[in-house]
Design a protein around this ligand. Sequence first.
Ligand code: ZN
Length: 681
Amino acid sequence: MKKLILLTMGTIIFPCGQDMAEPQNHAISDGFRYKIEQFEDIKILRYQVPGFEDLSLKQKKLVYYLYEAGLSGRDIIWDQNYKHNLCIRKTLEAIIEHYEGDRDTEEFQNFMIYIKRVWFSNGIHHHDSTDKICPEFSKEYFVRLLRDSKGAEFPLQEGETIETLAEKLTPILFDPLIDAKRVNQAPDKDLIVNSANNFYEGVTQKDVEAYYENLANPNDKTPVSHGLNSKILRENGKIIEKKWKIDGMYSQAIAQIVFWLEKALTVTETDAQKASLEKLIEYYKTGDLKTFDEYNILWIQDLESRVDVVNGFIEVYGDPLGMKASWESVVSFKDMEATKRAEIISHHAQWFEDHSPIDPKFRKKKVKGITAKVITVAALGGDCYPFTPVGINLPNADWIRKEHGSKSVTMGNITYSYHQESLGSGFLEEFTYSEEEKKLAEKHGFLAGNLHTDLHECVGHASGQMLPGVSAEALKNYQSSIEEARADLVALYYIMDKKLTELGVTQNSDVAKTEYDSYIRNGLMTQLTKIELGKNIEQAHMRNRQMIAKWVFEKGASENVISKKVREDKTFFVINDYEKLRALFSELLKEVQRIRSEGDYEAARALVENYGVKVDPELHKEVKARYEKLGLAPYSGFINPVFRPVVEKGEIVNVKIEYPDGYASQMMDYSKRYSFLPTYN
Ligand code: ZN
């Protein structure tokens, strides 16, 4: 629920510690090669970790241990995404290593592109649309690859031969109808039966809903996040939960994670950090969700440590019912300079809450300790690798957020990489209508994107409250879109507020105008580059962005707040009245907050389905053609740096950082060193 992905290509969210009031023009290359390679709709980038060298030895060791912990869980996300993923990955990688035939053919190249796409998505379903990725080589060729990879260790199950492995995998890989979608959100279908993820097996949506309804206690003021860390399946006619913990499902990988977390315990910076890591270990050992809540509370309280980590079953985007959490890891340390801006905003969180245009009964009377910081990412893992968010706000449990607050982060060095890579890509030239709009974007795009992220995470997600007895899951498959819309609308409303200028965060309304331009351009147009022709929008953030943009476009039509213009067969959306647009954002925010606070499923459904899902096919075609002409790929992901301990006489005396530049080699390396799970779990 609480993570922000990149808004759009070209206009970039960019926190980097420059003077807050006067963003400098960073349109200068820093000499580092960010882009590694590009294939299909994907670009692979690298990021730098500035400031790592300046950490103390103890902090460097801590980063190193947490980095190892973060890589150790890699197999979990593969298995969670689809039960055959590990089998497929092992099979494809064995072919890469052992295939004896000609590798210079088009078919082999297509095979390589396929596995690169599969690596990117941690499985065979597209990371964003969640549709099955179709191989561009034939079934017959696949069988030949298997046969001509002599000496390969294929993941054969008991009684299986290469022939039966081929028979098993061929339909899974090539038949578009089998397990077609990882997360199916079609409202008229059984969301569980029609989703290919590995969170449920042999059960229907009705079964699952009944099961959890039984566990829920509406009077519980501190409810655990039921179902967060387990698979649901039917055994001997009975519905059972298999917990993800040591001695449970995924035990082998979790044991490795815990091994490294225990090392990390020896080099913690503060008592609070130590207490929180100890709790996390206890949770991994017991799988107890109460312990997980206790861990989250301790984690929020750890404010003095420079190094920080997210490691666990966290986000629920992969489950159409929004209960089961995907495993992820982000290791980071605080960017002291850039954090100052975020702190100004978080220190005024109560002011923002009190002045929010929502119904007063949905406002939080007392906003609890939202801490905001800009972090330098050191390592991405699990569901955050290689495709990563640019902002995170955790924990997710509503009552903890209300009682204990939350931590909100903007991932500074990641957005910096996006920005550096985008320089001179031609995106702004193509999609801005006027020279003025383009100039604003060039001048203020960094700060505007940053501020949006800060406000979205630290004010947006942290604001508002549920009516008593309304559960966060009431909105079911629309919950994520509505929650993201709420956070975006708070950001859009406040970025134009004079308060930000008063606080010295912006100089005038130019930053806000830049953000409005970019938001509308993206929501109505450029994000469509990520969607295949003929398809609708699935992803929660994208649904929310189109929903907001389309809603304000339509509601403002009579007053011509935004106009659609066509010049030389190219479409543009131009904002004519920024103040009126802000008023529309405010109106929608009020309604979205009501929907969430009351758990109004029908209203959520109408809003998302009417504005967020369907795509204008003509515009879609046009935008994709314009984008492709520029040679741009709509998605970017990142490979990690490598941390190498320098050991003398059995002691780590330093940790060195290296920046490798191979995508396939990093993936193969991870599969060798961090393959802890059996093929089927
Ligand atoms: Zn968010």
